[in-house]
Design a protein around this ligand. Structure first.
Ligand code: ADP
Ligand code: ZN
Length: 725
């Protein structure tokens, strides 16, 4: 008779506790260690669980041995989970009020990765490196250099015969050292000064916030820090808010770190993930990616970079874990004892606040690398222009002239329109009906496919309908209200027939290849005018870009949120920073129907950055908004609107009673789009003061919501969103 042994496990579920399982020594002769993965049954389904405790005889006994099920078996071929990984999952779940299991699930999406597929990828990677070496062998001028390359190639060729083999660390390092093309990083004086200040802050084990004007060369500083980290034998994580942004960076980073670079995003295939994990396990690496790259099985991290740290895309809305990549990156760096640097031209208020209380160190870099001046700003009042017959479709004549001027001088133009599709809203000319999605409280957008076919798309649930051109109510004809990026692209091609036009939005970016082509095409001057959503405003570096314009800037303003204006300003500043990045001064045009809006005043420089920040912070303090408090949204979803109304009110009452007096409970209120995918939505916003009760209040909130949800057999769904964006 073999003895039964007991373990505790973490399941990829929304489960508040960690179940016990048993195994016999016969079933698993080798012993099980913390971090190993085992297959278990839970609630009639099979899961791959992570072992979080071994030798748990006593704890299991307290539960009752007869209630504990045996494991199904070991999970063959899966890597062990490190303590840093589970540590991160616990910290993230603690902060964002979800379960470690939900973070585990996000980090290790279920599904089968065929070993063959991974092997094929590893082989591809080898092949790529071999091809690169062949190229260098052909180009090498000196005999000894040539010999070295040949020797390296032969090592790789041998490995190619046993697919699955990955380069050993030392070989890879030797390779990397000689593989570096002449792309040394030479910092300017201003950059060097910032760099030494950063080093000082990092040596004091504090996060560093680099506030550098656009074009100041923050990227170059990151790369220098990265080079140094890799040289110390530590690894680097470089985070960007958006996939599109990494495309351009990819090329820039590869120049310096051709063999170390790993590119990883959410939505990447399981095989790609397994390949990234294999690289991390065996080679020095620099991982470049969006927030989900945090959840890779990192090893020996020495440096974490969070570029454009203020970007709202770092926040995950749905599903859980609803985490912010910036905050989670700080946790990750802490767990590895790694340095962390956050960078932006327009840092988040949260980070500036952290600097003001001494939690972060602030470094400012105010000179541009190419000494260009701030671009000029012109605000065009579209209503006034329309009355003067100064508009041609979505373009004002003033803007058209500017664009023609710019193109004539050989410059490039970027146009921002914050709505994708051909037309974001349609309206019936007869009865005024606006066709909406059946399942969402949102207007349907008209999209025109490449083959000319039209369809109606709901941007909230993704549902697609056939477009018939007639009103669903009265049969009258539908007319587009306003133009989306597709329409702007079309208008631009008829207004500027000689120009080559490209479009960048999440529709056109769906194919990775196409997206890269557009970005490269614009970077090398093949494309003259780039039309796109806010994607075009992100941290790209296009040297020929001298005019940027916002088409209907109004859509950036006036959302019902205390941060809408800040956001709009940040986005506009960021977009402005895309042009005139070399020596010539750029031009920034904004077309709007509200030219007097304070956001534009801030843009034209009536308030300095520091002044407007101080003003914002004092407003936030006055109203008890973040960073002076912590916001948690309690989001209720229910198919039944009447029940939702009742339930959300009674939950709000319970919360008011249960939480400390200083906690503000706002709502329930309906969000701007209060029905999505057939579910009605209500939000109760909780403002928790940052005092010594913060932790207890947070725990109380979570507890009350759990009791409410389970106790009432509530058939709707409640989720908590910490630091919503
Ligand atoms: P930021 O990220 O701060 O907006 P970038 O890092 O993109 O700025 O730099 C702007 C431009 O200046 C880029 O084209 C970059 O290649 C160039 N640049 C910045 N610093 C250096 C440097 N030290 N050596 C060479 N080029 C640099
Ligand atoms: Zn919908």
């Amino acid at each position: 008779m073999h003895r039964l042994r007991y373990i505790q496990t973490l399941l990829p579920l929304r489960l508040k506790w960690e179940p016990f399982y048993s195994y016999s020594e016969e079933q698993l002769p080798g012993s099980i260690a913390v971090g190993d993965r085992v297959r278990v049954e839970f609630g009639g389904k099979e899961y791959v669980a992570v072992v979080t405790a071994v030798d748990a005889e006593d704890e299991a006994g307290a539960v009752g041995y007869d209630r504990i099920k045996p494991i199904i078996g070991p999970a063959e071929g899966l890597d062990r989970i490190s303590q840093e990984e589970t540590g991160l999952w616990r910290m993230v779940s603690d902060y964002y009020l979800c379960t470690p299991g939900e973070v585990y699930k996000a980090a290790y999406p279920a599904g089968k990765v065929e070993e063959e597929e991974v092997k094929a990828r590893v082989k591809d990677r080898l092949q790529e490196r071999i091809a690169r070496l062949e190229e260098k062998i052909a180009k090498a001028r000196r005999e000894d250099t040539k010999k070295r390359y040949i020797a390296q190639r032969d090592v790789l060729l041998r490995q190619g015969h046993c697919p699955g083999a990955v380069l050993s660390r030392s070989e890879a390092r030797m390779d990397a050292a000689t593989d570096r093309w002449p792309a040394a990083i030479e910092l300017s004086d201003a950059q060097s000064e910032a760099y030494s200040k950063i080093k000082e802050i990092l040596n004091n084990r504090k996060p560093a916030l680099l506030r550098g004007v656009t074009g100041s060369g923050k990227t170059e500083i990151y790369l220098k820090l990265a080079a140094e980290t890799l040289a110390r034998g530590k690894n680097v994580l470089y985070m960007v808010p958006e996939i599109a942004l990494s495309r351009q960076l990819e090329d820039r980073i590869r120049e310096h770190f051709p063999t170390e670079l790993i590119v990883f995003h959410s939505g990447e295939t399981l095989a790609k993930r397994a390949d990234a994990a294999a690289h991390i396990k065996s080679d020095p690496y620099l991982a470049l990616g969006t927030r989900s790259s945090l959840l890779l099985p990192h090893k020996d991290l020495g440096l974490v970079i969070v570029d454009e740290e203020n970007d709202p895309s770092y926040k995950q809305d749905n599903p859980a874990p609803r985490y912010n990549g910036r905050e989670a990156a700080i946790m990750l760096a802490g767990l590895h004892g790694a340095a962390i640097i956050l960078g932006s031209a327009t840092p988040s208020l949260e980070s500036l606040y952290n600097c003001s209380v001494g939690r972060f160190g602030l470094i400012e870099l105010n000179t541009r690398y190419f000494q260009a001046e701030d671009s000029d700003v012109e605000i065009i009042d579209t209503i006034a222009e329309r009355t003067k017959n100064g508009m041609v479709g979505s373009f004002s004549r003033k803007l058209i002239d500017r664009i023609n001027d710019c193109l004539e001088k050989g410059g490039q133009v970027a146009l921002l329109r914050e709505r994708r599709s051909y037309s974001p809203i349609l309206q019936c000319e007869e009865c005024g009906t606006i066709p909406k999605c059946d399942r969402c409280d949102a207007a349907l957008s008209l999209h025109i496919k490449d083959n000319g076919e039209s369809k109606l798309v709901c941007h909230y649930c993704g549902r697609v309908k056939k477009y018939l051109g007639t009103c669903p109510k009265c049969g009258g004809s539908l007319k587009p209200l306003g133009a989306g990026t597709q329409k702007i692209e079309e208008e631009a091609s008829s207004l500027f027939p000689g120009a080559k036009i490209g479009r960048l939005d999440s529709d056109s970016a769906r194919s990775r290849k196409h997206e890269s082509e557009i970005i490269r095409g614009f970077a090398n001057g093949e494309i003259d005018i780039l039309v796109g959503t806010r994607m075009v405003a992100k941290g790209f570096d296009f040297s020929g870009l001298s005019l940027v314009a916002v088409i209907q800037s109004d859509s950036l303003l006036g959302q019902q949120d205390y941060r809408a204006d800040e956001r709009a300003l940040t986005l506009l500043e960021q977009f402005r920073g895309r042009c005139g990045r070399r020596t010539e001064k750029g031009m920034f045009v904004v077309q709007t129907s509200q030219p007097d809006h304070p956001v534009y005043q801030a843009l034209t420089g009536s308030l300095s950055d520091t002044e407007s920040m101080t003003k914002l912070l004092s407003e936030r303090k006055l109203f008890g908004y973040p960073p002076y408090s912590r916001v948690i949204n309690t989001v209720l979803r229910d198919r039944n609107a009447a029940r939702l109304e009742l339930m959300s009110r009674s939950l709000a009452e319970i919360l008011v009673k249960a939480l400390e007096d200083k906690v503000k409970v706002i709502g329930p209120y309906s969000p701007a789009i209060d029905k999505v995918g057939g579910e009605n939505i209500k939000i109760i916003r909780i403002l928790l003061p940052k005092n010594k009760f913060l932790k207890t209040n947070k725990a109380a909130l979570e507890e009350e919501v759990n009791v409410f949800e389970s106790g009432r057999k509530y058939s709707g769904h409640i989720s908590l969103d910490v630091d919503p964006v």
